[in-house]
Write a protein that binds this ligand. Structure first.
Ligand code: SF4
Ligand code: SF4
Length: 281
């Protein structure tokens, strides 16, 4: 997910608001998530906690499938009145449309439309997906349509591209991050695979940031369905909760992880620049 050149917000929370999903992609890293029904978002407590930060916050919803949360459209609407939102979704649920009905486009800063071709085809949802991508574009919401470049797709790149031409939307392949078939990705891609998928070495390299500065904990956080917040998925220090308040660090982090599937500075370089300015580095 790439942010715009500048940001109207001062902090971001990458919130895995539920582990549940209505799809069952064979390569899903959350496939073993327990089948717990998503709880509604406690909107008043969340808004109080966001407002108490004294910052304008981008809440970036992910999952699982975030639109399965029962009051998702209403919660996103309420957040968008004072803060900003982004959504990572498979675009498969009616709640996604309802969210677009309720949320002002100017406050929905980005949608990552996760394009799971096999699941969409199996469920007869390719047309629905294409229609929602068109709607996002017509609303002017910055939208990245992304397909996960699992190794089995390397020989099916043309098949998927043909389908999207028929459906009239463009997409890009993004690297798979995880273990598949006894190999670890993105390291295991061959040069030929990368060429087929149109993935550059630079794009692959964003997952390897050990020893580099990171804004995790300064103005970028991750949170889980309980609301518990941490600087990032590798630094599990307790920094609060989206419902109770979050404490902000005043020093950049030096990345401790050999591999990072959720590189916050790469997702949002302008926010990283704001963190540097904040800490004077
Ligand atoms: S849509 Fe995403 S979260 Fe859901 S099963 Fe597929 S990869 Fe997993
Ligand atoms: S693991 Fe990722 S998010 Fe965490 S400090 Fe390293 S680069 Fe930043």
């Amino acid at each position: 997910m790439q942010a715009q050149a500048s940001t109207p917000y001062d902090a971001s929370i990458h919130w895995t608001v539920t582990d549940r999903c209505n799809f069952s992609c064979s390569y899903c890293v959350g496939a073993s998530a327990p089948p717990v029904d998503p709880k509604p978002i406690d909107v008043p407590r969340l808004l109080d906690a966001l407002d108490a930060t004294g910052r304008r916050v981008l809440v970036r919803f992910t999952g699982g499938e975030p639109t399965l949360v029962p009051n998702f459209p209403q919660a996103v609407r309420a957040i968008s009145e004072r803060h900003y939102v982004a959504i990572i979704s498979n675009l498969s649920t009616p709640a996604f449309d309802e969210t677009l009905d309720l949320v002002p486009s100017a406050r929905l800063l980005r949608v990552v439309a996760s394009f799971h071709y096999d699941e969409l085809r199996r469920r007869g949802l390719l047309d629905v997906f294409a229609r929602r991508v068109r709607r996002l574009r017509s609303l002017g919401v910055p939208t990245d349509v992304e397909a996960v470049a699992t190794p089995d797709k390397a020989t099916r790149v043309e098949e998927v591209a043909d389908a999207t031409r028929r459906l009239e939307f463009a997409f890009q392949w993004v690297p798979y991050f995880g273990d598949l078939g006894g190999a670890r990705y993105p390291e295991a891609y061959s040069t030929d695979d990368l060429r087929r998928f149109g993935i550059s070495e630079v794009r692959r390299s964003v997952f390897f940031r050990k020893g580099t500065p990171c804004n995790a904990g300064v103005n970028a956080f991750v949170a889980f369905s309980s609301g518990a917040a941490h600087p990032c998925h590798h630094i599990k220090r307790n920094v609060g909760n989206v419902y109770e308040g979050i404490s902000f660090a005043d020093e950049l982090t030096t990345c401790p992880a050999r591999r990072c599937g959720c590189p916050l500075p790469a997702y949002d370089p302008p926010l990283m620049e704001k963190a540097r300015a904040l800490v004077g580095k």
